[in-house]
Design a protein around this ligand. Sequence first.
Ligand code: ADP
Ligand code: ZN
Length: 523
Amino acid sequence: MNPTPASPDRLDQTLNRVFGYRQFRPHQRQIIEQLVAGQSAFVLMPTGGGKSLCYQIPALLRPGVGIVISPLISLMKDQVDALRANGVTAAFYNSSLSPDNARQVLAQLHSGELDLLYIAPERLMRADFIERLRDIEIALIAIDEAHCVSQWGHDFRPEYAQLGELETLFPQVPRIALTATADPQTRKDILRVLKLEQAACHITGFDRPNIRYSVLEKHNPLSQLQQFLANHADEAGIIYALSRKRVERLTAQLYEKGFRAAAYHAGLSAEQRAWVQDQFLRDEIDIVVATVAFGMGIDKPDVRFVVHYDLPKNIESYYQETGRAGRDGLPAEALLLFGTQDMVLVRQLVESGDNPERVRIELHKLNTMIALAESVTCRRQVLLNYFGEQIEGCGNCDLCLDPPETFDATEDARKALSCVYRVGQAFGIRHVVDVLRGADTERIRRLGHDQLSTYGIGSDKSEIEWSSLIRQLIHHGYLLQDIEHYSVLRLTPEARPVLRGEKQLQLALPRTREKAKRKTRAP
Ligand code: ADP
Ligand code: ZN
């Protein structure tokens, strides 16, 4: 293709003629311009935000082939088919190809025909393949699902860790790393591992304002679900459950009650899964009851609701799964049924892992998910805070629409914050609560924390009240939990005016079980 620098209208023309779209979405143009100019970029954009065009268009506008690294073989084929339908010369190179097809792709690669080549990381990094690439002009290297490089991510893949070498192997080639899922720690890892510290970062909003988030305390899940579904007759939705067994059972129960529902999990044959997916896309069935296996690469814009029948393991999964609702921008709902039993179950599941370091990370993530479910602060605020974005109350979640009672928490907040300070910003929530409440434990005596001025100053309040207060202080940005160091609490600069008594704080009373129950029963 033509190697001249991209003028703005060349970008627009490619967008219109090749992809049939009228205008760029926020950030797309800037990212594309940078890549075309030979700069590297890091893109953090929610699912459905339009990441693919950010490398597809520059691959067309720069000379040479665009190499796209993706971990998902099934998605490669979809992407390549879609590109070919638009007249782009694209191919994929992975273990699903027959030897003949593989040879054909390599021939295309060497003849310079290809605009885009999708490839799995382990294939790309093989010495013989790298050797091949030395003779070939490369337009850019895109690293999709870049969170796979991070141990902190929920989807760590060791073969991704090698991709840092690309910087030394192809120093002249611009690289772009893309992900939809990255808490600040994962983000840092991506830049470090992929040696993209110098790259331009594009972080777009994670907010999906059309999704209404709510959480119900789970007491009679099937009837709670039915009540919810009664408001969504004939609409398309996904219900996530923890295990294959639960998926099967719930599907049967819904089917019996007359819902057009089907099950989806990794235990089904590839044909069965493809069939369910297809029926769902064509609105032949309304509800897919699924394990987390369902959803990657599903591009159904009018999913009106996503229900979590069981507790997700972490906020990333929750965000990604709920994000499959309302891609068309119209109102959609995300409902989580949250039960204490599930909490125990999921914790056991996580703890049964055999890598202690992973278990520690996943437990931390599970705890943040639980904190979201138990939150008395706007759900969206908690969710976005997790991704490093600050917002005020959203007006479109259960807590904003039906706010919990609040109280003047200024004094209590000062007590909690100064206790965090007194224990040296080196302990987690439970210990701080113990010190505040004056717990008489061996650990506290051994640490000498019974000698602190904050020991026992909060004995008038229950453990639940203190934990709730501390969680709110985290959600509002006065405290943070250091995931790199055993979830210890630290003060943020925001805490200072509160400690000095210069700022009043109004916080929510924890929702008692009884009240929560009454609420869920009332229509
Ligand atoms: P992501 O990879 O971020 O999840 P995709 O690249 O798959 O998102 O894009 C999501 C959907 O949005 C696709 O159907 C894509 O064709 C569409 N899309 C992307 N950019 C635009 C645009 N500028 N105008 C209209 N639709 C777009
Ligand atoms: Zn809200």
